[in-house]
Design a protein around this ligand. Structure first.
Ligand code: AP5
Ligand code: MG
Length: 196
């Protein structure tokens, strides 16, 4: 059992590195951004609400986002049995506290937080490129700037929260995908040898 939080700014590589870690450790992956985008493409009520925030580069309110995650965990009890990579959650201190409670109820906890650290000009470059290639709706310069601002004001304080809990492992998120994956695995192997 290994629960990881992949933490980092928009475009830092959370989704990309999650995929590599799933392959290596056989963990489940919950990307709250992906969950919300699925609701948006279905056009349901949650999707409409999510779209109104995502299109402005804002966070979905904590109470709603926490209920959405709790619902994913409740509907898929096998996820927490094996271990989960939480990608894009938590994004606020209140979400971190809620995650702690949700996992404690399931006799579990966050074992480590992997922070992917990437300079802002590189984040911009990656997201603009992806926007051009895939058409992801929030990958346009105006919304990217808002997402980065929201990250600095609302999400980055979590870094100190997890440092205080002794769980934060900062990784240089630049270089090739393989290089970054190697650094993540080295960090987990050094700090959580009994789990990996
Ligand atoms: P979310 O989908 O989580 O988006 P994000 O955090 O903005 O991050 P991205 O998915 O854009 O980037 P990533 O870090 O996953 O990087 P990736 O691997 O894709 O959230 C979207 C929105 O949903 C939020 O803005 C918010 O509105 C809402 N939301 C979600 N969760 C929420 C929550 N908990 N609370 C409230 N609201 C929430 O890589 C990016 C690009 O770079 C890709 O093209 C990739 O191929 C490339 N790349 C990756 N690694 C490298 C590398 N090493 N070198 C070069 N390129 C690379
Ligand atoms: Mg992502």
């Amino acid at each position: 059992m290994l629960n990881l939080v992949i933490f980092g700014a928009p475009g830092s590589g959370k989704g990309t590195q999650s995929e590599r870690l799933i392959d290596k450790y056989g963990l489940h992956h919950i990307s709250t951004g992906e969950v919300l985008r699925e609701h948006i493409s279905r056009g349901d009520e949650l999707g409409k609400i999510a779209d109104s925030y995502i299109s402005k580069g804002q966070l979905i309110p904590d109470d709603l986002m926490i209920r959405v995650l709790e619902n994913v965990l409740d509907s898929n009890p096998e996820l927490t049995a094996k271990g989960v990579i939480f990608d894009g959650f938590p994004r606020t201190i209140d979400q971190a506290k809620a995650l702690k409670e949700m996992l404690a109820k399931r006799d579990s906890k966050v074992h480590a937080v992997i922070g992917l650290e990437v300079a802002e000009d590189e984040l911009m470059r990656r997201m603009i490129q992806r926007g051009a290639e895939t058409g992801r709706a929030d990958d346009n310069p105006e919304t990217i700037k808002k997402r980065l601002k929201v990250y600095h004001t609302q999400t980055q304080p979590l870094r100190d929260y997890y440092i205080a809990e002794g769980k934060y492992h900062g990784i240089d998120g630049t270089g090739s995908v393989d290089d970054v994956h190697g650094k993540v695995v080295d960090s987990l192997t050094a700090r959580l040898p009994e789990h990996v």
